[in-house]
Design a protein around this ligand. Structure first.
Ligand SMILES: [Zn+2]
Length: 242
């Protein structure tokens, strides 16, 4: 199987899994994966395609240097074109980009202070590894909005988008999916902890840094988790591989 065929299957699996986890949104939100070494060619879901209907073969191959597709019947969603095109092109760590409006991350994004505080293992995983964009400019359809989001990302692995949702980037679909999975869990912990109204027992800086770093030893778990989730999909419905 070619590397692109394998990438298509993994990305299609991510759509189905995000749907199963109820982290999808109507026929909106986008996941993409770079195909070319320079990140200019990438795979993304077609405009208004429900996550549950995405398959390996119906993912659209796009070229961020060729905007002629935006004037055709095949045009992808304009906001996704702007954000994913700019981020793939500019950030070498962004081989895979997952953008969702999942419940708890979006709830946290609406707070005046949307930071994920180091409260437990999962929240500390993102300590100093997530960027925050608190300049929401409406639904991003302009190129400037895409460029601003790319600049805010910097070298971080995730972006909390104020009043909006989250975006995670990674080297592979499995690694980005794992970060998205833990990010939503971390945001759920934040919301639940805040909802008690009690004072939060925030880890000291050094401990939070150490805890975040110790997660690096568990990168391999991303692949074990993703492969087993794919196995569960395979038992239920193989159509994502078509
Ligand atoms: Zn969005």
């Amino acid at each position: 199987m070619s590397p692109e065929s394998e990438l298509r299957i993994d990305l299609a699996a991510a759509f189905r899994l995000i749907h199963e986890l109820d982290m999808h949104e109507s026929v909106a939100n986008h996941l993409s994966a770079a195909v070319s070494a320079d990140g200019k060619q990438f795979l993304m879901n077609r405009r208004w395609m429900h996550f549950a209907n995405v398959t390996a073969s119906n993912l659209q191959l796009l070229d961020s240097e060729d905007s002629s597709i935006m004037h055709s019947d095949e045009a992808p969603d304009a906001s996704a074109w702007s954000i994913h095109g700019n981020v793939h092109k500019a950030l070498p760590q962004a081989r895979v980009i997952l953008h969702v409006h999942s419940t708890h991350a979006t709830a946290l994004s609406t707070l005046k202070d949307p930071r994920i505080l180091p409260l437990d293992n999962n929240t500390a995983r993102f300590y100093q590894r997530i960027a925050y964009d608190t300049h929401f400019g409406g639904i991003a359809t302009s190129d400037e909005e895409g460029r601003r989001i790319k600049d805010t990302f910097g070298d971080k692995q995730a972006l909390m988008m104020g009043n909006h949702g989250i975006t995670v980037v990674g080297k592979t679909v499995a690694e980005a999916f794992e970060d998205l999975y833990y990010l939503e869990k971390a945001c759920r912990t934040m919301i639940l902890a805040y909802s008690t109204g009690q004072a939060l027992n925030v880890m000291p800086h050094e401990l939070a840094l150490e805890t975040a770093a110790s997660w690096d030893e568990f990168r391999g778990a991303s692949y074990a988790h993703f492969e087993q989730l794919k196995g569960m999909l395979d038992k239920k419905d193989l159509s994502y591989r078509d």
